[in-house]
Design a protein around this ligand. Structure first.
Ligand code: AGP
Length: 613
């Protein structure tokens, strides 16, 4: 998610805003910028890349003034570039905006504003906001009213801060939905605005959070609050007990924990702007794939590593079911050594959160040499994989800091489901009534994920029972077999317990010899087409003295008669169950690692992005 900082007071704004942005670097970003009112005019400095580049720009071309805003951008619409970096100016250069979130209806607004004569300087969705504000200022409204009226036009979740040389004594901040927060910091004859508390914690611990559909008018003397109807609000300040580092995690103890709990919001972001409900269609514009080209694809090969490879195994089920295209999945580290049979009738799809995993990039190069079409499902915009691919589907999961991948995994699953729908609709094999049901189930996913994430206490209690065991077996079948692999990987990589994921049907061909009271078994046994088979696997484990933790469907009254412990997930389409069944396994692994005193965010021997072979 993007970082936002604002300042108004008697001190120089630039160093305060710049330092605030540095406190937000942990959030990940690909460009940054600052705007300050200098001698009555708005001065902007912005650049692609890390803050060190913006710092050099500010050294070379300093700006002075007592009111300013700054932004670190995690690109969603429009590649990382100086012109796409925030802040964004209106046509007159008298209004400037920074934003966190996605303007879902920006295409329509952009066209509307262009017909009114507005000129756009960037490819971003954000820029429509500043031109909307300009429209209302031009009609004679004051800045606060203009911002408020503009917000009525934009769809999606947003956090924005506006500055104008027309009214140079104030910042206007606003929050719509949950695209990251907006916090007002209270100083002595100075005030602050930030997306995250760490940016302003060195200046104040007195803060006021904006709730959704609220605005703040902030001057050096204080702040007034109002809702989008213009009604003034009374809001209580409260004191932050955190130190700056822990504040980056909010109320969470680890980044991994924060990212696990962010998944309901991250899944909503992944879906956002890609489903046209009136038409019952999926849009994946950045895939650069016309329906006619989609119809010519005869095979897809998914290449990835680690957790992303397990997402690929789920993707095989999704794409083969929804689009009836044969899918092969291979590890990035293996793919290029087997002289793969590829040609221009095939597509190679790389899945990579970082976009920098060297084995996956090498597989992409191999695919390119053999003439296959190249796609990437990637989280980091502007990363090597994103630049190498012919088309991309961004995860839009926001920066993932914890080494153990969680929200990027579920975002990948949602992207793969969207890809299956897109290819299926392009190939004419998903009739409207079927599409309607598939889209409806997708839309319900963020809420269902939120329900599962309420299971944290139960997973913590299970960890307290099992944290001393040194071996685990994870069993799954069908589309949940890859989730058994992923659950085992989560446990082993952060708690250092040996855990093995296995196709449940294979137990009788050897691994069942391992079962005894020292080898707990996690079995994914939701009510799908292989449920009965999973029940019989659980019975086989129990018959040999094993202990079973089952991940089961809400309302299944039979499973407690078979398993020792049951974690529930809501009913959904079988194709979407992996997005839900993985969540308790993430929480279980997290609490096991905490209970064992392991370094959850920086597990030994591991790196967030494996850029070496
Ligand atoms: C997952 O928890 C691990 N951190 C690791 O397996 C990771 O998924 C793998 O290295 C691939 O990374 P990528 O998605 O950035 O390519």
């Amino acid at each position: 998610m993007c970082g936002i900082v604002g300042y108004v007071g008697s001190r120089e704004a630039t160093p305060i805003v710049f330092e605030g942005l540095k406190r937000l670097e942990y959030r990940g970003y690909d460009s940054a910028g600052i705007a300050v009112i200098q001698d009555g005019q708005i001065a902007v400095r912005r650049d692609v890349g890390k803050l060190v580049r913006l710092g050099a720009l500010l050294e070379a071309q300093p700006i002075t003034g007592h009111i300013g805003i700054g932004h670190t951008r995690w690109a969603t619409h429009g590649k990382p570039s100086p012109m796409n970096a925030h802040p964004h100016l209106d046509c007159t250069g008298q209004i400037v905006v920074i934003q966190n979130g996605i303007v879902e209806n920006y295409r329509t607004l952009r066209e509307e504003l262009k017909t009114e004569g507005h000129h756009f300087a960037s490819e971003t969705d954000t820029e429509v906001i500043v031109h909307l504000i300009e429209r209302y200022c031009h009609q004679g409204h004051d800045l606060t009213t203009s911002v408020r009226l503009a917000l009525h036009h934009i769809e999606g979740a947003h956090a924005i801060v506006v500055l104008s040389s027309r009214e140079p004594d104030k910042l206007i901040a606003a929050r719509l939905g949950n695209a990251g927060g907006v916090t007002v910091g209270i100083g002595h004859d100075e005030m602050f605005v930030a997306s995250d508390i760490p940016a302003i914690l060195e200046h104040t611990r007195q803060i006021i959070h904006l709730d959704s559909r609220e605005m703040a008018v902030v001057t050096a003397k204080g702040a007034r609050f109002l809702d989008l109807s213009g009604r003034f609000l009374h809001k209580e300040a409260h004191t932050i007990p955190w130190d700056p580092v822990s504040a980056a995690k909010g109320e969470y103890r680890h980044f991994m924990q924060k990212e696990i709990y962010e998944q309901a919001e991250a899944i909503a972001h992944t879906i956002s702007g890609r489903v046209d409900f009136e038409k019952g269609q999926v849009r994946l514009d950045e895939l650069n794939l016309a329906p006619a080209e989609a119809r010519r694809i005869e095979k897809i090969v998914i290449v990835a590593c680690g957790t992303s490879a397990y997402a690929g195994l789920v993707g095989k089920f999704l794409i083969e079911t929804l689009a009836r295209i044969p899918v092969e999945v291979d590890y990035g580290s293996e793919f290029r050594y087997r002289d793969p049979l590829l040609d221009d009738r095939m597509a190679v799809l790389a899945i990579t959160q970082s976009g920098e995993t060297v084995d996956t990039l090498a597989a992409m190069e191999e695919a390119r040499c053999k003439g296959a079409r190249l796609w990437a499902i990637v989280n980091v915009i502007g990363s090597q994989a994103a630049r190498l691919a012919d088309g991309v589907i961004y995860m839009h999961a926001g920066p993932e800091i914890g080494v153990a991948s969680t929200k990027a995994f579920t975002a990948s699953l949602v992207d793969l489901y969207l890809l299956g729908l897109y290819l299926g609709q392009a190939r004419g094999i998903l009739p409207p009534e079927q599409m309607e049901g598939l889209l409806k189930a997708l839309l319900a996913l963020p809420k269902l994920a939120g329900e599962v994430l309420k299971n944290g206490k139960q997973c913590e209690e299970l960890a307290n029972l099992f944290f001393k065991y040194e071996n685990f077996l994870y069993l799954g079948r069908g589309i949940n077999y890859p989730i058994a692999l992923e659950g085992a990987l989560k446990l082993k990589e952060i708690s250092y317990i040996h855990a093995e994921g296995y196709p449940a049907g294979e137990m009788k061909h050897g691994p069942i010899a391992l079962i005894d009271e020292r080898m707990p078994v996690v079995a994914i046994a939701v009510q799908d087409g292989v449920y009965e088979k999973m029940i019989s696997q659980i019975e086989q484990v129990k018959a040999r003295g094993g202990t079973v933790i089952a991940v089961a469907t809400e309302g299944d009254e039979f499973i407690p008669t078979k398993a020792d412990y049951v974690i529930r997930v809501p009913q959904t389409l079988p194709l979407l169950t992996p997005v839900l069944t993985v969540l308790p396994l993430q929480l279980f692994a997290y609490h096991m690692a905490v209970r064992r005193g392991a370094d959850v965010d920086q597990p030994r021997n591991l790196a967030k992005s494996v850029t070496v072979e």
